[in-house]
Design a protein around this ligand. Sequence first.
Ligand SMILES: Cc1cc2nc3c(=O)[nH]c(=O)nc-3n(C[C@H](O)[C@H](O)[C@H](O)COP(=O)(O)O)c2cc1C
Ligand code: SF4
Ligand code: SF4
Length: 358
Amino acid sequence: MSVAYQNLLVYYLSGTGNALTASRWMVEQAASKGIHAQLIPVDRTKTPVVPELHGRTLIGFCFPTHGFGIPWFMLKFIWRFPKIKNSKVFISNTRAGSKLSKVFLPGISGMAQWIPLLILLLKGYGIKGLLPLDMPSNWISVHPGYKAKVVNSMFVRNHAIIVRCMEALLSGKRFYHYYVFATLPLDVALAPIMLGYQMYGRFLFAKMFIATDKCNGCGICFEKCPVRAIRMYGAKPYWTLNCESCMRCISICPERAIQASHLMATLIIIATTMLPVYLLIFDFFGSLPRMVFTSLDFFLEWGIKLLLYVMVYFVVWIFLRYKIISLLFEYTSLTRYWRGYKAPNTSAKDYIPKRKKI
Ligand SMILES: Cc1cc2nc3c(=O)[nH]c(=O)nc-3n(C[C@H](O)[C@H](O)[C@H](O)COP(=O)(O)O)c2cc1C
Ligand code: SF4
Ligand code: SF4
């Protein structure tokens, strides 16, 4: 097979190792054909770093699907990505595949590919490939992780898909997985849910994380977070709204001290939907001219809700130092009973090196 590129760059974001593994396979495939291939994590990167390149380059972006869309951090990365001469791109999103008996079922991309595609097109890139990959779901705050046997069979299947895709891409052909177009109407219909996830859902999921009294303050979660969302206060992790719910911290905590607290989520939902302060505020604005109220309404409500997320979380976080409260929140977290998820052959060592505590 003749190769159409001299370089392959794969930029990836990965919470629990699915996108990392897929990106590794892409790079291995290119390297085996003598192409200069590099794997570049986007973790904590504000300004995209592009190595010096000679010759034609294929650039891949690989990331998990979150809330029928692309993780906010990855979206910002692609938004800032420069136009590189003599290069083409492909987009690959890993998503929540599943397996029913012997049948593999796909996850749902929603806008995860369409939004970056649009941005990259506007930057002037030619899009050579679109590849959704149905990897095991890592969304363990909403369901248990899969059994090892199922996980392994999904990995074998995805490896074969990636080999086929890279063969085509590296020889200069296009590779658009048929799913991408078959599910387009559904993807578009899910756009409002993606918007809701970006505005509310991701912050709610971020504020579900707690460290129980099993936490020994080792700081690994803090050191390995791809978006610096964890602060350490008095050797206890505190999750900020920056959290992307990538599930990395919960999957690598050596003490299994992190839970996605369903009691916390319930309290936050109650606070945001039923707090009397809401009624007072709306009553107050109700007395203003209708126009003023309507223009402020949406952003004000959004801001108040996020403030309530933070306030409820902060109060609970303070009380978590008491063993009884910690136990209450631990035992009402479904993640306490569910199987976790981490891609096979990945570990905390695969992510960002140590940094100083702040
Ligand atoms: C917060 C969150 C939201 C998710 N939303 C979706 C989704 O909308 N559609 C989907 O197919 N998978 C969804 N998933 C599953 C992941 O995209 C999937 O497991 C992915 O392969 C994880 O990749 P990673 O291990 O590289 O992070 C979600 C997972 C999480 C944690
Ligand atoms: S990795 Fe686990 S034990 Fe270590 S600080 Fe984080 S929550 Fe605590
Ligand atoms: S805090 Fe945990 S779940 Fe949130 S972005 Fe960081 S590593 Fe991922």
